[in-house]
Design a binder for this molecule. Sequence first.
Ligand SMILES: [Zn+2]
Length: 310
Amino acid sequence: MSEKNKRKKKYVPRKGYTKEQYRRDTMQAYGVLTGIAMALVIVLIYFMFIHKSADKQEKPVDVPQTVTVKKVISGETVSEVTADSDESKSVSETRPTSETQAAVTTTVTQATVETTVTAKKQEAEGHKLEVKNGITYVDGIMIVNKTYSLPADYAPGLDPTAEAAFNEMASQAWSEGISLFICSGFRSYREQDMLFRNYAANRGQEEADRVSSRPGHSEHQSGLCMDVNTTEFDFAGTKEAIWLANNCADYGFIIRFPLGKESVTGYAYEPWHIRYVGKKAAKEIFDKDICLEEYLGVTSDYKNSTDQNG
Ligand SMILES: [Zn+2]
């Protein structure tokens, strides 16, 4: 109030310049300013549009890539929303809306992506990351870990290709005097939910997160992995474990949670847990002595400390 009064006192009108004229002039000035602002906005929109369509024509490959990054965000959100409900419909209903919105407001979404992914800015950098039906693939390889989850209703059973590869490996092992068998293969969301609750109840959430997975985050739900022979730690160092570690890549498998990579994979060493990734990827991962997260350039972190769908 006092500042307003001061300003009013400072204003000295010219002679014969009425308050009414002053008011009209001010209004006109505002009108002109609004006009200029609107013109600027129109020019801006025009240039943005031209720029965008020019971009599209020059490098058509770049555009879908940006769109797929957006899908990740919408995909994660969708799977979070629908994870608790049993309606599989809501996935296909929610998804197109967010994707369409993403496609329309490129700049806005990019900003959103940046904010959402600040913690994992380098996520899958230099890799092709896409989300199909709530499932994330990096360079065509399905990724399931603490960062990436599967929809609750995803229940493919044990993947036939992975199973055939395992059988081929097991028969070769058998001919060398090594007995390998599947102790645990596909596990449903519901089974994992019960398993994790049990762990958490008996050993506490922190320990449960280290050795088990929250529902939706277990690789066993993908149907692409197996626990071989046992899930007991004394499997480490046995002739079976050593044979498995040295030979599984030849059949397209990797030791998914290797020793010394706990901080990257987010899980304790599991010499029995193998994951099918195909021969090419498996051999490269084996030769470079890296884990899947390092191979695909992704993280494995729950978004929060307790939420089941992290
Ligand atoms: Zn396992």
